[in-house]
Write a protein that binds this ligand. Structure first.
Ligand code: GAP
Length: 457
């Protein structure tokens, strides 16, 4: 057995996760038939379910479980003045260098300092150009004339859609400070370096919540939101020893931030940012006041109509980056036999049942003798309550492996005994344990199993 093992056996690598994601229909390269589009990915049948569930968990946490947070879905295209006010036109840049010889392009802050100082390409040793600033916003034109008056940007963060609507929401929904606005949506950045699969892409999705607070209470709320975001990942069932905080030092702070902490996750390529918690002060609302000429002050009717521009605590998580995190976190290879062949190992995605794209798969032991029909009937009943799959192709062991690889936490197998006594086999993904359950009790049993779920590995 030992000679079959390579150093990567049993471990998650980006190559394995990328390949599994494609093989099982989680994520495909965009426009693959044309050689692929850099920085863009397509979510397949399992991927879109996983992404929707992650978004749903975040949305529930923010809006359903917090009385003082409401939702918003603002347009991607915003008035171009928005981005002047926000500081993105001026400041949202990366430092860029090119190699004159091999034409490779680098982010200057991502190559060794000695190469930068000697202007030497880290790949071919050729001469590097001077560092120049490169704005990350995608710029296009709206309307038939491609002149400067028609310039429009694809939003690089969803946050600004919240700021420009904050007064609308106070008025329409009678919100009182402190309160928050949550939004999930696409954002676009012309990233110089897009690698590590869906980690850093040009088109991605964010889950952002902006919490409006009275100036002076911002430090307290900042700490509170750090606590809440940590507790959220714990509740999601993520491996907590794979999470840590990273505080931004002065050089790292965005132009709007007074203080910022990243939640970092230990991805196969190392510790990387997953989400940011930022104290954005009243920078954005002040700037929108200045650029729009509209009064962005909050009027505190419970406090002698005191007026102030609120401070904003932002929690900003990448949805697509969370998909990658959940895939990496769930990925496991487990040795289940010792016969010296490939079947000794299984690949299993240990998703929390609330996140798994398919919750329960129904499998007839045989296609014949009425077992397929019985299994279809059971699936029809389960469909009302759970995301289901049905598979009758191939040996039952192989079908279990296929479901393990898709991260399906429960399989229901229908066999000859089912026809006689109305019981089915319920198989658990993580332990591979199998028990008999009356089919009439399946829905209740599955609900309870999901509620009580604890990851064992
Ligand atoms: N509104 C604040 C903001 O956008 P950010 O730190 O630039 O802050 C927040 O981005 C989160 O968005 C990151 O923690 C990351 O999860 C995600 N994100 C940012 N750029 C990304 C990219 N190019 N590809 C995928 N996700 C990205």
């Amino acid at each position: 057995m030992a000679e079959q093992l390579n150093e990567y056996q049993g471990k998650a690598t980006m190559e394995k996760i990328t390949s599994l994601a494609k093989r099982r229909g989680f994520v495909f390269q965009s426009s693959e038939i044309y050689g692929g589009q850099n920085g863009a990915w397509d979510y397949g049948p399992l991927g879109i379910e996983l992404k929707n569930r992650i978004a749903g968990a975040w949305w529930k946490e923010m809006t359903q479980l917090n009385d003082d947070i409401v939702g918003l879905d603002a347009a991607i295209l915003m008035h171009p003045r928005t981005w002047e006010a926000s500081g993105h036109v001026e400041n949202f840049t990366d430092p860029l260098v090119d190699c004159k010889k091999c034409k490779a392009r680098f982010r200057a802050d991502m190559i060794p300092e000695e190469n930068l100082a000697a202007k030497k390409c880290p790949e071919c040793g050729g001469e590097l150009t001077d560092t120049r600033k490169f704005n990350l916003m995608f710029k296009t034109h709206i309307g038939p004339a491609e002149d400067t008056a028609s310039i429009i940007y694809l939003r690089p963060e969803t946050a600004q859609g919240i700021y420009v609507n904050y007064k609308n929401i106070i008025q329409s929904n009678r919100m009182k400070i402190p309160f928050g606005i949550a939004q999930i949506g696409k954002a676009f950045r012309n990233e110089i370096v897009t690698k590590n699969f869906i980690f850093r892409t040009c088109e991605f999705e964010q889950m952002e919540m902006q919490f409006f607070v009275k100036p002076g209470s911002d430090d307290e709320w900042f700490n509170e939101w750090r606590k809440r975001r940590w507790a959220y990942y714990e509740k999601l069932g993520v491996k907590m020893d794979h999470l840590r905080w990273h505080q931004h030092d002065k050089d790292e702070l965005a132009h709007y931030a007074k203080d910022a902490y990243d939640v970092q996750y230990l991805f196969p390529m190392g510790w990387r940012e997953l989400e940011g918690v930022h104290n954005r002060t009243n920078y954005d609302l002040n700037r929108h006041t200045q650029f729009s000429g509209k009064d962005m002050q909050y009027i505190d009717q419970d406090n002698n109509n005191e007026r102030y521009i609120p401070f904003i605590i932002e929690t900003s998580a990448g949805l697509t980056r969370n998909v990658l995190m959940i895939l990496c976190d769930a990925y496991d290879e487990e040795q289940v036999a010792d016969k010296g062949n490939d079947d000794d190992w299984r690949t299993v995605l240990r998703f929390h049942p609330n996140l798994a794209p398919v919750t329960v798969a129904v499998l007839p032991l045989m296609k014949k003798d009425g077992l397929a029909e019985l299994a279809q009937d059971i699936r029809r009943e389960l469909k009302e309550d759970f995301a289901t799959d049905y598979d009758q192709a191939g040996a039952i062991g192989r079908r279990y492996r296929r479901q393990d690889e898709a991260g399906t936490p429960f399989c229901v197998t229908v066999d000859y005994q089912s026809k006689e006594d109305g019981t089915v086999t319920l198989r658990f993904r993580d332990s591979m344990e199998q028990i008999r359950v009356p089919k009439t009790e399946l829905t209740a049993r599955l609900r309870q199993e999901i509620k009580d779920y604890k990851r064992i590995k």
